[in-house]
Design a protein around this ligand. Structure first.
Ligand SMILES: O=C(O)CCC(=O)C(=O)O
Ligand SMILES: [Fe+2]
Length: 203
């Protein structure tokens, strides 16, 4: 299979098996997407991510933020974060994501990658608090970056480019069977903002 095949038919599943990934492409004009990018850059409370991994205190270069309907506590890598109340842009973008995917979200994890040196290693978003097989809507603004999926058992790898103002949805068994990553790249020197709208279960 072509590693970077372009899939524009949103009803088509990007994954060959064991999950569902839909790429909706660009939802906005470049101009509109750039306006959202600037607003997010300036209004979100960006902070370097902290984690405790094998007894080490790690601070990431990438910045993160966590917003939601209520003060959801979100724990990963032994660090707990509390959701901030939605900003007006996030409420707007959440609604647009929900109209497209036909799913509901109650929280959003945001990532700011300053340039291509910053990325995210292979992982699955399979924390208990996420509820099993729920939809995750991923919106991207700014620099176009490559995004990869790798099957946990077969190791099959597939990738696509996440364009400025685009929407990607991951759902069904995707997080159980596939890892995903944002590979670092020397080709990109400009920032990218990613929003992942999620559905947390109360508790
Ligand atoms: O930046 C991205 O596109 C992916 C972010 C991601 O996988 C996550 O926040 O869990
Ligand atoms: Fe993820």
């Amino acid at each position: 299979m072509d590693l970077f095949s372009v899939i524009k038919d949103i009803d088509q599943n990007f994954l060959p098996y064991d999950g569902t990934v839909r790429y909706f492409g660009q939802l906005f004009s470049n101009e509109k997407a750039n306006t959202y990018y600037e607003a997010l850059l300036n209004t979100i409370e960006w902070k370097n991510d902290e984690a405790f991994i094998m007894g080490k205190h790690i601070i990431t270069k990438r910045k993160v933020a966590w917003y939601g309907d209520q003060e959801y506590a979100y724990t990963y890598s032994n660090a707990t974060k509390y959701a901030l109340p939605w900003t007006s842009e996030l409420i707007e973008l959440k609604q647009i994501a929900e109209e497209n995917t036909k799913s509901k979200y109650n929280s959003c994890l945001l990532n700011l990658y300053h340039n291509g040196n910053e990325g995210m290693a292979y992982h699955s978003d399979d924390e208990k608090a996420l509820g099993k097989n729920t939809s995750i809507a991923s919106m991207s603004f700014g620099a176009e970056r490559k995004f990869l999926f790798k099957h946990k058992a077969s190791k099959e790898t597939i990738g696509l480019f996440l364009e400025n103002g685009s929407l990607l949805e991951m759902k069904d068994a995707t997080q159980t069977h596939w890892l995903h990553r944002l590979p670092p790249t020397k080709k990109i020197s400009t920032p990218r903002i990613n929003l992942t709208f999620r559905s947390m279960v109360a508790g």
